[in-house]
Ligand binder design. Structure first.
Ligand code: KG4
Ligand code: ZN
Length: 359
């Protein structure tokens, strides 16, 4: 089975071709990602209208490149998949409409994929993971702890009640005049800092459940920064180190609780896995903290390579394959859905809007 996947929900224009063999394992035949980060950097964040226009300008070329690299034509495809949500409406319409056009012209089924499902199932493409497993999705727009039980069967065990973790990194960077996107810049600065010089709170630490909150931390950081102003490079490094240490402690605590719950509810799973995905999963301090937290509980950490952790077309093609092989296809009237929770059964968390541009 060969599927083309298109991803345009935020500021990456991406297309990929993925094949699933008879053994059920996936092979990425091509994976082309064009980042618009330079176009948005001057504004310090993603500008939806600029993103939508950039997708229009680039997508045909990116799809052609993915098909060329895979060495196939549209007639060789079994289906065409595109992100239908959640994300920025302009970009979603560009990608989904393009997928519909290709599917219609080549007479192939259409797969309207939930972007979060793409992230959730990536570990099955990269590591052939069996259900069920725990997923920590931490990106610019999302902070979610999910129980992944099957294709289409997700339970949200935790989410943020205010800022997403990537958003907290980005805001910290902005406050300290570090470049956008903030996560890598904060991590770099933190490497030369003393995490103990400034004391920052650990919101939600020790609370029941696995929800997150980062806005109090942001306020505390601002107060510390104002108190130390004007900031030297060392001050900035120390503040970044304090911030990174605080969020790592919080993530360890929240995920540790979810691991305990998984153990209780899924005692049959001999070697459970925690999958981390999303841009923040690239952070080495957080990764090391999670590895450590999991080791004591018999969990192994599965972290897809960074290229497949951040937004890409291969994860959409693969989610499409997983759905298609279960007989799930979509009509040509499938709408773009800016908001589209993966777990529609869980109550929305108090105050948890999808605030970042990214999903
Ligand atoms: O998954 P992603 O590329 O896009 C989506 O949000 O879907 O994630 C981007 C987010 C940004 O907020 C960025 O600052 C953060 O991931 N990020 C990091 C690191 N690299 C990227 N945060 C912390 N440490 C990093 N090394
Ligand atoms: Zn994403």
């Amino acid at each position: 089975m060969i599927v083309l996947g298109i991803e345009t929900s935020c500021d990456e224009t991406a297309a990929a071709v993925v094949r699933r063999g008879p053994d059920g394992r996936g092979t990425i035949l091509s994976n082309v990602v064009l980042s618009q980060v330079d176009e948005h950097a001057v504004f310090g964040g993603v500008v939806p209208e600029i993103a939508a226009r950039a997708h229009v300008a680039a997508l045909d070329r990116i799809v052609a490149a993915a098909m060329h690299e895979a060495g196939i034509g549209f007639s060789d495809l079994d289906a065409v998949a595109a992100t239908a949500g959640p994300g920025l409406i302009g970009g979603l319409i560009v990608g989904l409409t393009t997928a519909k056009a290709i599917a219609l012209a080549a007479n192939k089924p259409l797969l309207a994929v939930n972007h979060l499902e793409g992230h959730a199932l990536t570990a099955r493409l990269t590591d052939g993971l069996d259900f069920p497993y725990l997923l920590l999705l931490v990106s610019g727009g999302h902070t979610q702890l999910l129980l992944v039980s099957d294709v289409g069967l997700y339970r949200r065990w935790g989410t943020t009640i205010d800022d997403a973790l990537g958003e907290a990194f980005d805001k910290t960077a902005k406050l300290l005049s570090l470049p956008y996107p903030g996560g890598p810049a904060v991590e770099r600065a933190a490497a030369g800092g003393d995490p103990r010089r400034f004391s920052l709170p650990r919101p939600m630490l020790g609370r029941p459940g696995s929800d997150f909150s980062f806005s109090g931390l942001k306020t505390a950081l601002r107060q510390e920064a104002e108190g130390a102003a004007p900031l030297s490079d060392q001050d900035v490094a120390d503040l970044c180190a304090a911030f990174q240490a605080a969020v790592t402690d919080v993530v360890r605590d929240r995920v540790g609780r979810a691991m305990d719950r998984f153990r209780i509810e899924h005692g049959e799973v001999a070697q459970p896995a925690l999958v981390v995905a999303g841009g923040v999963a690239a952070n080495r301090a957080i990764r090391a903290g999670l590895e450590d937290e999991g080791a004591g509980r018999g969990f192994r950490l599965v972290a897809p390579p960074p290229k497949l952790c951040t937004d890409n077309g291969a994860m959409i093609a693969w989610a499409g394959i997983e759905r298609f092989s279960r007989g799930l296809v979509d009509g040509f009237d499938a709408p773009a859905r800016p908001r589209w929770p993966l777990d529609s059964l869980s109550e929305p968390a108090y105050g948890a809007g999808r605030k970042g541009a990214k999903a």
